[in-house]
Design a protein around this ligand. Structure first.
Ligand code: PLP
Length: 368
């Protein structure tokens, strides 16, 4: 691969294929696979990733917001798209673009049914979401009679699936809590299914659920982070390949005298002679200010170099005192060797936050 001459996010579609194969090898053959491509496919590129996955063996896609589903339809995605967190104002768009809403409360269920009636729909696919302990979105078990009453009055909608979301599937210390969520979902969904008289799909597991709770795969799994190469544990991350590499270049090198300062607010004070490099990526690109002041680091010719001083909007300064490097040399912020998971840990966050923060102004480049 050629060395980059500007800041770039390189995305390896072969790694996506590898991750999908690995994750599917954990499933029984009857279990369906939903690919979560919300938030620009975790900061990469939702259209390209979804088009790539659509040609492979995935059954469903999911996004968070309606607008993300519209983008996928415009890009030519024809497989079913679940919208995890829709708002009633977008229900007509949902129907117009054949998107499938997650309905999580009395208010949204009633409003969606009214909308499907107005639009003269029959058996429009909906997904009923239960809260089983995350306490974020979802009906409670004692809403079952309400849901059933609403549904039996109309044939404008039909339940395509019933689902819930695990709160701590990556944390094996919380196994007891997760098992309670699994049995709560099993009981609740059973009751609703008995009242419906037909069998919608049941699903519960995210990536860590797939890896840690094989007994809870049910009819479908909803996989996000695993497709992008992270398994939420050292062991599982070994089996997956990070799909994205964030690279940049050295714009300029400075020799700094003892006692000088570097960057805004003079946050870095030099205690010795120093060589610094300025790199064109900043907090507007997703490298937040928390990475400044030697919390974060990048790699120059495989040497780890700290980010010194405050992160600027469009630049960082790094300490390259002991590194053989020149202006124009390539910088690695993360790749499949120096992982985003590792860099995220340096500021007490998770891979999800770092990769989804990489701004749209950074060019994406795809390799196959
Ligand atoms: C984001 C999300 C997922 C995917 O979770 P990963 O941990 O990235 O696999 C699955 N289900 C719901 C409801 C989500 O919001």
């Amino acid at each position: 691969m050629d060395k980059t001459q500007e800041t770039i996010l390189e995305i390896d579609l072969n790694a996506v294929t590898h991750n999908l194969k690995y994750l599917k090898s954990k499933l029984q053959s009857k279990t369906k696979f939903l690919a979560v491509v919300k938030a620009f496919a975790y900061g990469s590129d939702a259209e390209q990733i979804a088009l790539h996955l659509q040609d492979l063996d995935v059954d469903y896609f999911a996004v968070a917001y309606t607008s993300e589903g519209v983008v996928l339809r415009d890009a030519g995605i024809t497989k079913p798209i679940l919208v995890l967190h829709p708002q009633p104002i977008n229900f007509k768009t949902i129907i117009d673009r054949c998107l499938e809403p997650s309905l999580y409360s009395a208010r949204v269920l009633k409003t969606f049914i009214e909308c499907t009636k107005k639009e003269k729909q029959t058996n429009y696919p909906i997904h009923i979401k239960f809260n089983t302990g995350l306490n974020r979105l979802g009906f409670w078990e004692n809403d079952i009679d309400f849901i059933h009453t609403q549904l039996k009055e109309t044939n404008s909608v039909k339940v395509a699936s019933v689902f819930s979301h695990l709160a701590a599937s990556e944390d094996l210390q919380e196994k007891e809590f997760t098992n309670t969520q699994i049995s709560c979902f099993t009981n609740t969904s059973k009751k609703l299914v008995a009242l419906l008289g037909y069998h919608p799909m049941l699903h519960l597991c995210n990536t860590s659920g797939i890896l840690n709770y094989p007994e809870a795969h049910l009819d479908m799994v909803r996989c996000g982070i695993g497709l992008y190469g992270f398994g939420n544990s050292k062991e599982e991350s070994k089996n997956l390949k990070p799909i994205a590499a964030l690279k940049s270049v050295i714009s300029q090198i400075h020799l700094i005298e003892k006692g000088e300062t570097v960057g805004y607010n003079r946050a870095f004070k030099s205690e010795k002679k120093l060589k610094t490099a300025t790199v064109p990526i900043g907090h507007a690109d997703g490298i937040g200010r928390h990475f400044g002041n030697e919390n974060g680091f990048v790699f120059v010719n495989n040497a780890k170099c700290n980010i010194i001083g405050n992160v600027c909007m469009d630049m960082i300064m790094i300490d390259v005192t002991n590194v053989d490097c020149n202006e124009g040399d390539e910088i690695i912020i993360f790749n499949n060797q120096h992982t985003a998971e590792h860099l995220a840990e340096a500021i007490d966050t998770i891979s999800y936050e770092l990769i989804t923060s990489i701004s749209r102004r950074i060019k994406r480049k795809f390799t196959k």
